[in-house]
Ligand binder design. Sequence first.
Ligand code: NAD
Length: 312
Amino acid sequence: GVTKKKNVLICDKVDSLMLDELKKREFDVNYEPEIASMKLKDSIEKYDIVILRSRTKLTQDILEKAVNLKIIARAGIGVDNIDTKYAKSRNIQVITAAGSSTHSVAELNVALAVSLARNLIPLDINSKNGIWIKDTGFELSGKTSGIIGFGRIGLSTAKILKSIGMEILAYDIFENQEAIKEVGGHFVSMNELLSNSDFIFILVTLSDSSSNIIGEEQMKMVKSGSFLINTSRSEVIDGRVLLNYLESGRIKGYATDVLWNEPPTEEWEKTLISKPNVIVTPHIGAQTVEAQKRVAEYTLNNLFAKISEMGI
Ligand code: NAD
């Protein structure tokens, strides 16, 4: 029989490969990479499929209007911007492109750690302004990394850190023994990790179980003078507590790819990112030529598989 062309909305900026592939097939594609939530709410009813990254929020009030929606495709990983509970209750399938940006985020993690340890960003600014100061930094080699959330990105990051000469500790609710063996590391409790690590990497999925997983209680346990790197989601850390610990010098530096508001809106958030020992990047973990190409490929493969599985 003749199947009706499926209506697809792409809400965020994606690789042109994805647009080309969709247009080649039986899809009516609407590309609106800057769509505002009000407009999304008003127009979502006509779509069968929505493709998004992390900018677009699919909250319950928007999904309630999505009467024809069958599949939400997250072009990337991390579905914390989607009300997955509500989607499930409506039988709307959610797919991701898990694994597509693993190398990119892992490389960024290591770059951020070295940048903190050698004070690279302030020194670059100094040098360009004719201020020639040789700051003394730290080696990563011989130090201990603590990885909170030892999944795909955690393992990939640990492999690089291990080759630099670091010891690996990890904390995860699911202890992948095979993976930790690959890097000669150890799973430990959160407190052991915090009190023994010189570099702490936060690579955990954001969910109800990990929201504010680093609060006052945990920050108290952090080894004095350690560096913190976060490329997962800001909400896993209590930001105001972090600001206090940065100001007291207890945390020597913080590098992050994610903020509570992107770009920041709250005063404490702006204060935090203005500090010279804080490095901020604008959510570029997956923003490489290679990762974006993979994101397009993985998203489409998973989308087509889901469509045929559902028989729609
Ligand atoms: P993954 O699922 O392979 O790994 C996440 C790990 O977190 C899993 O091992 C899981 O067991 C663990 N975990 C979940 N809840 C936990 C909890 N409460 N306590 C301890 N551990 C817990 O995912 P991944 O591919 O490694 O990606 C991790 C996260 O990185 C994503 O969810 C996403 O938020 C973030 N990410 C960011 C960017 C970026 O652009 N900065 C890009 C890709 C992914």
